[in-house]
Design a protein around this ligand. Structure first.
Ligand SMILES: C[S@@+](CC[C@H](N)C(=O)[O-])C[C@H]1O[C@@H](n2cnc3c(N)ncnc32)[C@H](O)[C@@H]1O
Length: 386
């Protein structure tokens, strides 16, 4: 539903954060009215009507102030349709800085104390944005480089191919206890720590929204980029605000991943586009597939529980995946190998002559002719607890 926000004085006052006890409950109720809606208008004005400290995460893809110098053509003389829209025009750096300061200040007010803000930009604007957000009290956590796997070539051949954009990820302040789904990011990256350089393609093909055969929005961001942003820094049910909603990429991913969105966009035709896109976006109803619990939040299962529940028995032999090392299970939940006794982790480290080892992944048992890690049994017990 597209909302034209037009509020009288009384309504605006009602939306200001109350200072009485029970304020947080009221803020929660008020922000509910804004969830999963797109508002048409100027984001600075509209953000001022939202309750203070009500949004979990903000993703902003503001105008870049591209400063393009005239038409650009490919070697075959076809015109390159870059970003030449009025919303990207500013009279100079001073007016861009003042615009940036205003929207970032409004964003900071509505962000929760422990919330985070993402801003994407290019060399044209990101350094100015970075300085201003630090001046306002935001705390930069990472500058993520989105390296485009299919960048547009530099047609004039007078500079390097511009093949990346930068995302600044910031906490509201240095003291914020912000959310980072470390384990989800690691799993997404084949069990390796997710790095700050992301290689992802531009938004092309079927994903690119078209109108009369032409790009419906000049700077539609790829869903893969937003997928990583949303999954890394929010949880199911969180409220994500995008003050420069454009074609609605943030909303589409938020909806798919069971988060709520608030979109603000100045141009009515983009709002119509985003609205249609969101109507066609499916939200997965089974929440359990969307949640990203940190490993430390999972119920602790001591190795001894595998013995008590009969999944393993005393005297049973465990091996590493290649069968080079073996250890016997003792009744008290320790392992023994080559005269050494200790926990699954200590014995795993001892037999490999390593300082540490994750015994749950290292030790395997034979199951139906296949070697499986004992972690499988731990997962089985965790599932029974839930
Ligand atoms: C870089 S684009 C965002 C594209 C978007 N991330 C997407 O994937 O489609 C910036 C958008 O901000 C909008 N915009 C510019 N100034 C605005 C303002 N003051 N308030 C609200 N929207 C604005 C523009 O109309 C444009 O659609």
């Amino acid at each position: 539903m597209v909302m034209l926000l037009f509020m009288g004085r009384d309504r605006k006052d009602e939306l200001r954060q109350p200072k009485r006890a029970g304020a947080s409950k009221k803020v929660k109720n008020v922000v509910c009215k804004f969830r999963n809606r797109i508002f048409v208008g100027d984001c600075i004005e509209l953000m001022q009507t939202l309750p203070k400290g009500s949004v979990d995460m903000i993703f902003a893809d503001p105008p870049y102030n591209l400063q393009l110098g005239g038409d650009l053509h490919r070697p075959n003389n076809s015109k390159v349709y870059g970003v030449d829209n009025s919303w990207d025009h500013f009279s100079g750096f001073a007016s861009y800085d003042s615009f940036t300061r205003n929207w970032l200040s409004a964003a900071r007010k509505i962000l929760k104390t422990d919330g985070t803000l993402w801003v994407i930009g290019s060399y044209h604007n990101i350094y100015r944005v970075g300085t201003i957000l630090q001046d306002l009290g935001f705390w930069i956590l990472n500058d993520v480089i989105w390296r485009k796997s299919n960048p547009m070539p530099n047609f004039r051949g007078r500079r390097f191919t511009n093949a990346h954009e930068t995302l600044l990820w910031c906490a509201r302040s240095q003291e914020s206890k912000y959310r980072f789904n470390y384990d989800a990011m690691k799993t997404l990256n084949d069990d390796l720590q997710m790095r700050s350089d992301w290689i992802l393609p531009l938004c092309t093909g079927a994903e690119r929204l078209k109108k009369n055969g032409k790009k419906a929005h000049p700077t539609q961001k790829p869903e893969s980029l937003l997928y990583r942003v949303v999954l890394s820094s929010t949880e199911v049910g969180d409220v994500i605000l995008d003050p420069f909603f454009g074609s609605g990429t943030t909303g589409a991913i938020a909806k798919q991943l069971g988060r709520d969105y608030i979109g603000i966009e100045r141009e009515k035709n983009y709002v119509n586009l985003a609205e249609k896109r969101l109507e066609q976006t499916r939200r997965l109803s089974e929440e359990e597939f969307l949640r990203s619990p940190a490993k430390k939040d999972l119920p602790r299962i001591p190795f001894g529980r595998l013995l008590e529940s009969g999944l393993l028995r005393p005297g049973q032999v465990l091996t590493d995946p290649g069968g080079r090392h073996a250890a016997r299970v003792r009744a008290d939940g320790t392992l023994a190998a080559d005269g050494f006794r200790g926990s699954i982790h200590q014995v795993g480290a001892y037999v490999q002559n390593l300082p540490a080892c994750n015994g749950w992944q290292f030790w395997h048992v034979e199951k139906k002719g296949e070697k499986v890690p004992i972690d499988l049994y731990r997962q089985q017990l965790r599932a029974e607890i839930h």
